[in-house]
Design a protein around this ligand. Structure first.
Ligand code: ZN
Length: 274
């Protein structure tokens, strides 16, 4: 996806109306290693040349991969230190969990624009699923966000526990405010919306046509030239079914009316899809 200008246009019964002109910007990005380090010859710390598929230094040193070079702080000969944060075994790492009000998060979200890095979340047992569900419901109902923080091999990861717009539970990595290169963005402050705004917005939405399945499909060179294999069926677990099971045992979750409504909505959505 490139940065470009787009005119949002709705076509209903042959008539086209321009709804808005928007600009797809570049995402805020994290400072990368190459922005603040150089790769140099490990012997005399000079910058090597890449010639004939090898990094070659004037001192005679050569290596075929960049891993054979020394990473130093940009413009210096000081080696970059990258201590390993994980224990290096296959045991699960601890991710600390936190919550923050949406209001407080919005104040730093100018900098902490979610990065283009989402990973689906699955759980290993039923109790975990029930607790994940509680966290997702609670943050929606109380205007909080849930933050996770864990150690990757060399770097710490800060991520939000959230859902995609289709309801899949994900962790979305965010850029730490102390590492950010800010990109342009528009912020929505939901607390400043009036009832009138919402009513006008609902009327406005009637001008937008309904999407059908083909709207979500591409018809560009990839489809015309590539043999596109449908992915193998992925395991998608509907939380509502697990919650139903947990609820009938009555030993995990205490009922509230609100929770009941959420589950009903999810169940009926699933039925519509089929
Ligand atoms: Zn050298």
């Amino acid at each position: 996806m490139k940065a470009r200008r787009l005119v949002l246009q709705a076509t209903v019964m042959g008539f086209s109306a321009n709804i808005a002109t928007i600009k797809i910007g570049n995402p805020a990005k994290e400072h990368e290693l190459k922005d603040y380090t150089d790769l140099v010859c490990p012997q005399d710390k000079k910058k090597p040349q890449f010639e004939m598929s090898k990094y070659r230094c004037t001192c005679g040193f050569s290596t075929t991969t960049w891993q054979g070079l020394l990473r130093v702080l940009k413009g210096t000969t000081t080696p970059l230190e990258m201590p390993t944060l994980t224990k290096g075994n296959s045991e699960a790492e601890i991710a600390r969990i936190y919550k923050m009000t949406l209001e407080a998060f919005a104040k730093i979200a100018d900098y902490v624009d979610p990065k283009d890095a989402e990973r689906p979340v699955t759980a290993e047992d039923e109790a975990s699923i029930v607790n994940l569900y509680k966290l997702i419901v609670a943050q929606a109902e109380t205007n909080h966000i849930i933050i996770l923080k864990w150690n990757d091999t060399k770097e710490q990861v800060i991520a939000l526990l959230t859902t995609t717009q289709s309801g899949k539970i994900i962790v979305r990595k965010i850029i730490p405010p102390n590492l950010v290169v800010v990109g342009d963005s528009l912020m929505l402050d939901k607390s400043k919306m009036s009832d009138e705004d919402i009513e006008e917005a609902k009327q406005f939405l009637k001008q937008i046509p309904d999407a059908t399945k083909d709207v979500l499909e591409v018809a560009d060179y990839r489809i015309k030239q590539f043999q596109v294999h449908q992915p193998e069926e992925q395991k998608v677990t509907a939380i509502s079914s697990i919650m139903e099971k947990a609820r009938t045992r009555k030993d995990i979750v205490k009922e509230t009316n609100k929770r009941e409504i959420v589950v009903e909505v999810q169940t009926s959505k699933k039925k519509q899809k089929k």
